[in-house]
Unconditional design. Sequence first.
Length: 219
Amino acid sequence: MSRLAVFDLDGTLIDSRRDLADSANEMLAGYGAARLPDDAIVSMIGCGVGTLVRRVISAAGVETSLEDALPRFVAAYDRRLTVHTRPYDGIPGLLDQLQSRQVAMAVLTNKPLEQTRKILDLFDLTSYFGWVVGGDGPWPRKPAPDALIFLMNQASSGPAETMLIGDSIVDLQTSRNAGVRICLARYGFGFADLPADQLRGDEALVDTPADIAGMLHAG
């Protein structure tokens, strides 16, 4: 049984696709560029906001610097952080269940910490997590294992007692770099871009948040 459950945010706890895509397209509109399809933008999410913005302006053919584009995106996203974003169905119930079983929980995301905390606070999710680590903290962003190792140390949990729950190739690589178990959410938007040949067969795969509890208590 895993005693520490470390959750990714976007695509795992919350569905933030539309707000992220709308913010990116608002940024592009400021440069007079055409909109990109939402799915195209969603496929660029996962490695931090700087990487997302760099990919978006490149795909749109906008000739500008990251230093100019990044604050435009951040401002746009701050205005619509939770316009459409919601926790996935079943997330509050899952967290209640794990809390009642005294499973330690943390959030590890490449999203900036301030935005992460605003979202968790708005949906009354903050109290479930003993630790929340964003992508702008003192550790390298995922897939580097440093922040995950920090969380394990804080929870006095070893690799065998820890599971990372995520939806993307970044989360999969993070789990392997840290030597922990991985639970991949097939319902998350990152899973669609995860190459099938990257799966070894030892991953836990779930189709709904309700399935996660059983994976945490298996093995």
